[in-house]
Write a protein that binds this ligand. Sequence first.
Ligand code: SAM
Length: 300
Amino acid sequence: MSLLLDEIALATVRLAEAGVDSPRTDAELIAAHVHNVKRSELHTVPDADFDARFWADIGRRENREPLQHITGRAYFRYLELDVGPGVFAPRPETEVMTGWAIDRLREMDVAEPVVVDLGTGSGAIALAIAQEVPRASVHAVEGDPLARTWAERNITRYVDSYTAGRVLLHAGDFVSGGTVSAGPGAGLAELAGLAGSVDLVVSNPPYIPLGSIVPPEVGEYDPPAALWSGGDGLDAVRAVERTARWLLRPAGLVAVEHGAPQGAAVFWVFTEEAGWRDTANHKDLARRDRFVTAVWLGGS
Ligand SMILES: C[S@@+](CC[C@H](N)C(=O)[O-])C[C@H]1O[C@@H](n2cnc3c(N)ncnc32)[C@H](O)[C@@H]1O
């Protein structure tokens, strides 16, 4: 055994005692980050190269700082994104909804589909769509200035490769955005020109009911604006429904993520409002209800 593998075994015990869900994986990923090697190459690190920063970073993880903040990286579909304090670290659950949106866009009979991502955070959903659907342009809306700096950084990082110029970042508030009857609201005035013409609206909004108990990685490190959304957690989902009906063209699609227990309630948000058809619940990889989709009929 190498020194590094011994240290990883010790660190695994410490992380497990601290209540970390996947202690061995996290210890290995931290070791790989500190020693600048792939996880599969950890056994090749010579004992003499063992870097004591490993234990400093394990200490941070023991204090339940998210792994993505320690490594500064989050992986989302085919993207490697910069993340850190002030931005929501993208989650694997959201990859499933993003994949649904990508599949629908690919089969859509539209030359250059227009997409809006409400609450883009790091830019994960918007960038993945632009990367995997080269004909699409994506308007990424984010209300929080600090989160926007991370989105800007990630958009810039990918601008030369697959997404050139097709992800446009907007400062905006989708809660005070437009409605079909009242026209553009102040919050999304920049998108007024898109009203009634968008092919797909996608959103992973905040959806945790106020007062819920969440793990330290979430409560202490994800920005509050990314988490909490009223007493039942559905304030932002309702705002996404209103904004989507304002933005979408007839037969345009919406996809919105929600918490596992909220599937029936979010389905109802779309069925109680006139104008939607084919509302459907979808599950994540763990077979929990995770997102709702619907088709906009058009009208008011
Ligand atoms: C759960 S995070 C999702 C981030 C990213 N889409 C992802 O899936 O990783 C929700 C994001 O929506 C933003 N947000 C919350 N309320 C908003 C509002 N009313 N208008 C614009 N952005 C908002 C938050 O700042 C946060 O970045």
